[in-house]
Design a protein around this ligand. Structure first.
Ligand SMILES: NC(=O)c1ccc[n+]([C@@H]2O[C@H](COP(=O)([O-])OP(=O)(O)OC[C@H]3O[C@@H](n4cnc5c(N)ncnc54)[C@H](O)[C@@H]3O)[C@@H](O)[C@H]2O)c1
Length: 360
């Protein structure tokens, strides 16, 4: 089978590693396109098995096989046109996060995927399918938390801006016209994939939201820098006739205190954990005879696949018709629309609603 990568920069290397780890890696042909010849040469030095192209359209000109997968690894402003081209070439598309730049692109891309009977996936699944997240879902399914009424999802970092402190060579992260936005478009896709995977909402209301761009003495001045670094929102999740409040906050630049707290509270118990790197502990709190009881389990990722390999491995399974937690089509679009609703609520000062994206 063929894996085509469009863009051969930082994340393309991670996907190439994941492809090498597939069970049938020896049957996979890796083909990659990048408009930058130096990036392409650097990629080929690391992955000599790859065929290379400077032009993505030329790369996809040949006849498609039914299980061909194109992975979009270029900056967000290219995601729509490159995904469209790849879907229309008759191939399945796994696109990096954020999926696209706006709601119009999201709707149109879903329609193109449906029309071509292809899967459209998003790479924001890196942190789902982990044992600690499965444990959270088990606690909810076995009703150990009672009626859930609030989720707190807070990650506040002080200096982690892509294009400044992280990957400073990729300035496109700072330019809204290229990245689609700041922290919301960078980490929001992962956050809302995790929250939506747990709560399985049929609709999401952003009741209030704000964004801010805290300044530092090293803010770039020789490049466009117009993206937010800190965001907060109150959301109301609707699922199975119930409503759950979600208190969301994300920062990769703040002068305030850095901390993280991810917790689900219910009428019978609460659970705290880190969906990401900080810890593998799942802390369950409940009551026994009026006393607080705290139980802790440590659930390291014992999966054979690394979290960075999830997007490729999950999508590959989906395309092969195997059970998979891949995020595709309607669900991928719904999750993306949650990010846009957050921006809309912050900009207008009014609420914004995301309704279920119904299958065609
Ligand atoms: N860097 C990370 O840690 C990371 C992690 C997860 C997801 N992502 C996502 O991956 C995507 C790419 O990020 P990156 O960090 O790899 O960027 P990067 O700047 O390292 O690489 C992007 C590459 O895309 C190429 N490109 C641009 N337009 C192209 C086109 N039309 N055809 C072919 N190639 C083209 C550029 O020349 C560049 O080499 C973004 O959506 C980003 O959010 C990045």
């Amino acid at each position: 089978m063929n894996f085509y990568l469009i863009g051969a920069g930082v994340i393309a290397r991670s996907h190439a590693e994941a492809i090498r780890k597939l069970d049938n890696a020896d049957e996979v042909t890796l083909i990659v396109a990048d408009t930058n010849p130096q990036v392409l040469r650097d990629f080929q030095a690391l992955y000599p098995e790859a065929e290379t192209f400077l032009d993505a359209q030329e790369m996809l000109a040949g006849e498609a096989q039914d299980d061909d997968i194109v992975v979009i690894c270029a900056p967000p402003f290219t995601h729509f046109s490159l995904s469209k081209m790849a879907l229309e070439s008759g191939r399945h598309v796994l696109c990096e996060k954020p999926l696209v730049m706006n709601e119009e692109e999201a709707d149109e891309l879903l329609e193109i995927a449906r029309r071509n009977n292809r899967q459209l996936g998003c790479c924001s699944v890196r942190f789902i399918g982990l044992p600690k997240l499965d444990e959270i879902k088990r606690l909810l399914e076995t009703n150990q938390l009672g009626d859930i009424y609030k989720v707190t999802f807070i990650h506040r970092g002080q200096r982690g801006r892509p294009g400044v402190e992280y990957q400073p060579e990729s300035k496109w992260f700072l330019d809204r016209s290229k990245s689609g936005g700041g922290i919301v478009m960078d980490w929001g896709p992962y956050d809302f994939t995790v929250i939506n995977d747990i709560l399985k909402p049929t609709s999401v209301e952003v009741t209030a939201a704000w964004t801010s761009k805290p300044q530092t003495e090293v803010d770039p001045v020789d490049t466009v820098y117009d993206v937010e670094g800190h965001v907060g929102a109150m959301l109301k999740y609707h699922a199975e006739g119930k409503s759950i409040w979600v208190h969301y906050e994300r920062a990769h630049c703040t002068h305030g205190k850095p901390y993280h707290l991810v917790e689900i509270e219910g009428t019978k118990g609460a659970v705290e954990w880190s969906p990401y790197f900080e810890s593998d502990k799942v802390i369950f709190r409940t009551d026994k005879n009026g006393e607080v009881v705290t139980e802790e389990v440590e659930l390291a990722n014992t999966n054979a696949i690394d979290y960075m390999d999830h997007p490729i491995h999950y999508f590959y399974r989906k395309v092969k018709g195997e059970p998979s937690p891949a995020l595709t089509n309607e669900q991928a679009i719904f999750n993306f629309k949650c990010l846009q609703a957050l921006y809309k609520a912050a900009e207008t000062g009014a609420g914004a609603v995301v309704e279920e994206v119904v299958s065609a």
